[in-house]
Design a protein around this ligand. Structure first.
Ligand SMILES: Cc1ncc(COP(=O)(O)O)c(C=O)c1O
Length: 400
């Protein structure tokens, strides 16, 4: 059935038999017996929160990406907040953010009292547009926040040179791209600050969690204080109990329990990335010949981390719109989703003066068309083939 249009199959949404009886989600965690044992060991130890597992995980994570410093946070959102603080986002400053992203990429600027300046993305890839960044830079710009949408590195060279000229830093929201490679360099060392999420649908998880990596000691210092109420311990060995607080911080600590889980997961990361890639290739091969959809464009020189498998519907080849496609695919047992509703369409962001002025034709175009198909490393080849079968079936019924 793979790749073959089968118009004789009645759609589940019209009363036919679904491709799957149970819903295949778009993403899912993968937990091994070693992960469970690692967590159980912590539960039997003296430390539940900030103990030896935090440092061990941070070291292992920094080594994996090749960065000098990794600072663990209680979520990817907290990691972004920490990065904004470290980059000097504050009232009367601005940070440039692509509009096609998860809300946390821009909310973190608001947490600091700064103004997110939303910009458009490239239509082919969904990645932030370099010319849009250039257009949006002002004397208030403190950071350019780029997002490695779906797991593909953004144009980091362009962001870096524009940031350097503006005296700003690059914050890379790499929530989708742990393990990706940009021009031969692992993601985590290219931007001034790179943030990761350890949410269960991501490449590795700690339940909830996040990490910021950097090669700059002064930024790492600011991040560490920020995640622990702003507390800086006394460097004087005579007064190890003493501390001072100069900047406001939060309790954004990640627990030893979470760090033990994430460290155990990290050991299988390469294997899991390889499986994601294998599945992405299988999906692409199965879907390549179909009318009605297109793949996002990829830069040949970079390695994709395949967090999400997003396709763009070719609406002029279909008889229905995206909501109808999504309804039909879900009825077939395929848990498709949308990543994301662009931020400039959200009431919270629409009312910001820095956003209201903008125009986002490419994000608007993508927003009418993008659909996320299931992809996670625990999927079997049969699961991927079910996705291909269901998409083929729905398109056969809905193509012009
Ligand atoms: C692009 C992006 N940024 C930030 C986040 C926030 O991460 P977390 O859910 O760990 O707070 C996510 C994850 O949901 C994300 O996909």
């Amino acid at each position: 059935v793979i790749g073959r249009a089968a118009p004789e199959e009645r759609l589940a949404v019209e009363g036919g038999r679904p491709v799957r009886e149970t819903l295949l989600p778009y993403g899912h965690q993968s937990i091994s017996e070693e992960d469970i044992a690692a967590v159980a060991n912590v539960l039997r130890s003296d430390w539940l929160t900030t103990g030896p597992e935090v440092e061990r995980f941070e070291r292992a994570f920094a080594d994996y990406v090749g960065a000098e410093f990794a600072v663990a946070f209680s979520s990817g959102t907290a990691a972004l907040h920490g990065a904004c603080h470290a980059a000097g986002i504050a009232p009367l400053t601005e940070a440039i953010v692509p509009t096609l992203t998860f809300c946390a990429s821009a909310n973190c600027v608001l947490y600091q009292g700064g103004a997110p300046v939303l910009v458009d993305v490239n239509r082919d890839s969904g990645l932030i547009s370099a010319s849009a960044i250039e257009h949006a830079i002002s004397e208030r710009t403190r950071a350019i926040i780029v997002v490695d949408y779906t797991g593909q590195p953004a144009d980091l060279d362009a962001a870096r040179s524009l940031a350097e000229n503006a005296g700003a830093l690059v914050i890379e929201d790499a929530s989708h791209s742990l393990g990706a490679v940009y021009k031969g360099r692992k993601i985590g060392t290219v931007a001034d600050l790179t943030t990761f999420s350890l949410h269960p649908v991501k490449h590795i998880t700690s339940g909830e969690g996040g990490v910021v990596t950097t090669t700059r000691p002064e930024l790492a210092e600011r991040l560490r204080a920020f995640r622990n109420h702003g507390i800086q311990r006394s460097p004087d060995p005579q007064t190890p109990w003493s501390y001072s607080i100069s900047d406001l911080g939060f309790n954004y600590r990640l627990t030893d329990i979470g760090c033990a889980l994430a460290a155990s997961q990290l050991r299988r990361l390469d294997e899991r990335l390889a499986r994601r890639k294998q599945l992405a290739v299988r999906l692409e091969r199965g879907l390549a010949a179909l009318p009605g959809l297109r793949f996002l464009e990829r830069a040949a020189e970079n390695e994709h981390a395949w967090h999400l498998f997003v396709v763009a519907l070719a609406l002029d080849e279909l008889t229905v719109d995206r909501p109808a496609m999504i309804r039909a695919l879900r009825e077939e047992g395929i848990g498709v989703n949308v990543h994301y509703i662009p931020l400039h369409l959200q009431p919270l962001y629409r009312t910001l003066p820095s956003v209201g002025r903008g125009e986002f034709p490419n994000a608007d175009w993508l927003h009418d068309r993008i659909v996320t198909l299931p992809l996670f490393d625990g999927m079997s080849d049969g699961d991927a083939d079910d996705v291909v079968h269901a998409v083929t079936k729905v398109i056969a019924n809905y193509s012009l």
